[in-house]
Design a protein around this ligand. Structure first.
Ligand code: ADP
Length: 264
């Protein structure tokens, strides 16, 4: 009596005919659910031991005297535990965001504040080594989930800086377009070859994993961004040219724009 999940596809088939393909994906969905729950549980369980490690490492650095070799080793340990900590955090964010059931799109998102925060974040990351520019309409507000919109924008911005060498430029734009409100980040960075583009939002997919790791990534940013945007009926668009730069953008649809008419 258990309910089953069917995936139905309708395809064109010869002159004016349609072919309907139904596939029972109940088992696939169950396994997907188990995988998500497992990842969420493991991430949660890893948080405590990691916090303990980070705490003791910090304490050791404060109280003990080390020779240069030992000091370097301790720094490495700290860096690696911090990295692991952000991965665990990101995995938890991803598992929360994958389960879109609790997303409420009725709250106003204050874009002026969000853009200010993005500016500060960008300046901290860029450390004066990039040409940063912002062309944002702070009066263009939307309805949605602030945490998710913020994480989408901030992931795109930090990627643009991380995948652009110092001296390059990063431009952020938030403006009204016919289909809604568009956020875009354009960089003059390393770019992505066409064959990788469709896979960038898969979790842990990286064009060059050694390089991405070195640039401080977790491999989860764009997966989180994709889910956050999907909850707002929006898709991530990527245009890129290898060696020239990229533009990552999304459009929040018209019905989620705050026109001042809703009674909130
Ligand atoms: P990561 O933590 O590795 O940056 P993301 O999910 O944020 O993970 O991005 C996935 C991959 O997409 C990156 O490893 C990188 O190869 C590529 N990428 C993302 N943003 C850019 C960009 N602005 N320019 C070039 N490559 C990018």
């Amino acid at each position: 009596n258990e309910s089953r999940v069917l995936e139905i596809r309708i395809m064109g088939y010869g002159a004016g005919q349609r072919l309907l393909i139904a596939r029972d994906i109940t088992r696939i969905r169950q396994l997907e659910g188990m995988r998500k729950e497992f990842v969420a549980n493991v991430s949660h369980e890893l948080k405590t031991p990691l916090t303990v490690l980070q705490g003791y490492l910090e304490m050791m650095q404060e109280v003990a005297e080390f020779n240069p070799g030992q000091h370097k080793a301790l720094q490495q340990m700290q860096q690696q535990t911090n990295r692991m900590h952000s991965m665990v955090e990101q995995l938890l964010v991803l598992s929360r965001i994958e389960d879109g059931s609790a997303v409420n799109l009725d709250a106003k998102v204050n874009m002026a504040l969000l853009i200010d925060m993005l500016k500060e974040e960008a300046q901290a990351l860029a450390q004066g080594q990039y040409q940063l520019s912002f062309d944002c309409d702070p009066t263009l507000n939307i309805y949605g989930n602030e945490v998710q919109i913020r994480s989408a924008c901030s992931n795109l911005l930090s990627n643009a800086i991380r995948y652009t060498d110092p001296g390059g430029s990063v431009h952020v734009c938030w403006k009204r377009v016919p289909l809604g409100a568009q956020f875009s980040v354009t960089d003059s960075g390393e770019g992505v070859a066409p064959q990788h583009l469709t896979r960038l939002t898969e979790r842990f997919y990286r064009v060059d994993s050694a390089r991405s790791r070195q640039r401080g990534g977790t491999g989860l940013g764009l997966a989180i961004t994709k889910h956050a945007l999907n909850h707002h009926q929006s898709d991530l668009m990527i245009e890129s040219r290898l060696g020239k730069g990229s533009c990552f953008s999304f459009i929040i649809p018209n019905h989620l724009i705050d026109t001042g008419k809703r009674g909130h």
